[in-house]
Design a protein around this ligand. Structure first.
Ligand code: SF4
Length: 197
């Protein structure tokens, strides 16, 4: 398995990851407070997609899922603070989130194709923002298939994963949202996760 993990970390970098770190799954905390933050007016995507709270997998189920897994690949891409401050109306902002979804979905595909068929990916932010900002609805919430099934995934935070704690464990530098500097040269890291049995 160690050899496979090294190979997948290398693949993540080839797919565009600026950070790619192996993490034991039991170092990934899940906390109800994370989902409560989504609901507390901190995310424009709350309730707008099947992959976001309160529709996404609740933290208790995430905890039970992670308990079945051993290894995780935490992958990140860095974007200028200037872009990350723009929000949903910005094509660049949506593009940044789009790219982290694409990265984890491609990595999940490759890991599954290599024999780890129960690999599962989680992204960052809201798939509604990344893919369906130009539509009035999330089709899944209306009982129809997802428009982007090959790319859309729940976010780490949307299922209760404490993203900052995971980044800290992985040794990835980060600045919490709301504590960003005034320096527009600062880079912000968006992260996603692929768990592997
Ligand atoms: S249709 Fe799919 S990609 Fe679009 S918001 Fe719903 S779950 Fe996300």
């Amino acid at each position: 398995m160690a050899h496979d993990l090294d190979k997948y970390l290398q693949l993540a970098r080839e797919l565009g990851a600026d950070e790619a770190v192996h993490l034991a799954v039991d170092h990934i905390p899940v906390d109800e407070k994370v989902v409560a933050d989504c609901a507390g007016g901190n995310c424009e995507g709350y309730g707008l997609s099947a992959n976001c709270p309160p529709h996404a997998q609740p933290p208790a189920e995430t905890r039970a899922l992670l308990a079945q897994y051993k290894d995780a690949l935490l992958v990140g891409k860095r974007f200028p603070l200037e872009v990350m401050q723009k929000g949903w109306d910005s094509r660049e902002w949506r593009g940044a989130f789009h790219s982290i979804y694409k990265l984890v979905a491609k990595l999940e595909d490759a890991v599954r194709a290599d024999g780890h068929t129960r690999a599962i990916a989680f992204a960052a932010g809201s798939c509604r923002a990344a893919f369906c900002a130009g539509f009035d609805t999330c089709t899944v919430l209306e009982g129809e298939p997802c428009r982007f099934p090959k790319l859309a995934r729940p976010s780490m935070e949307g299922v209760g994963i404490d993203v900052y704690a995971a980044m800290e464990k992985a040794g990835i530098d980060f600045t919490r949202v709301g504590e960003w500097s005034e320096d527009e040269e600062e880079m912000v890291t968006l992260v996603g996760l692929v768990i592997v049995l």
